[in-house]
Ligand binder design. Structure first.
Ligand code: 4NP
Length: 161
């Protein structure tokens, strides 16, 4: 429970420059549109890109869908995130495994996989588009929007499935 304050959600991928910044922006936009109070952030399990802007292909994908993510900066997930956030939502199973492995004993955040919030897609990854073609970013965007929609419905107290 969140004691009346908006739930705090952290989206987590590997580099925090492709999928999780898109998820952060998609969630913030959808929550505003549907008037659901929520606080959103994103982080990566890896530290290679800390301080960097999102990948230019992620920026372009967001832009095509009316969102500006160029101002976001990558950061690495840390133990405090398990205490500060209500939910840590991993973009794929590998990153969910990492979160489970590094969760501190007094962490209270609930861990889940983004596509677990979509009926019929439980256990699926949002595929990492970093090493692939541009089309992978559009596919990631579609998956992210599906996951964000399901998660938002849960947060709004509506049945999501
Ligand atoms: P992301 O994509 O986890 O969606 O941000 C990646 C970004 C960078 C790398 C891998 C995935 N990398 O290996 O540097």
């Amino acid at each position: 429970m969140t004691d009346g304050r908006p739930p705090r959600i952290l989206f987590v991928c590997l580099g925090n420059i492709c999928r999780s910044p898109l998820a952060e922006a998609a969630m913030r936009a959808a929550a505003e549109r549907e008037d659901v109070p929520v606080e959103v952030d994103s982080a990566g399990t890896g530290d290679w890109h800390v301080g960097k802007a999102p990948d230019r292909r992620a920026i372009a994908t967001a832009y095509r869908h009316g969102l500006d993510i160029a101002g976001l900066r990558a950061r690495q997930v840390g133990a405090d995130d398990f205490r500060a956030f209500d939910r840590l939502v991993a973009l794929d199973r590998s990153n969910l495994d990492t979160l489970r492995a590094i969760a501190p004993e007094d962490g209270r955040a609930q861990l889940s996989l983004l596509l677990d919030h979509v009926a019929g897609r439980e256990g699926e990854d949002v595929a990492d588009p970093y090493f692939g073609e541009d089309e992978g970013f559009e596919q990631a965007w579609r998956d992210i929007c599906a996951g964000v929609g399901g998660l938002l419905a849960e947060l709004a107290g509506q049945p999501s499935r």
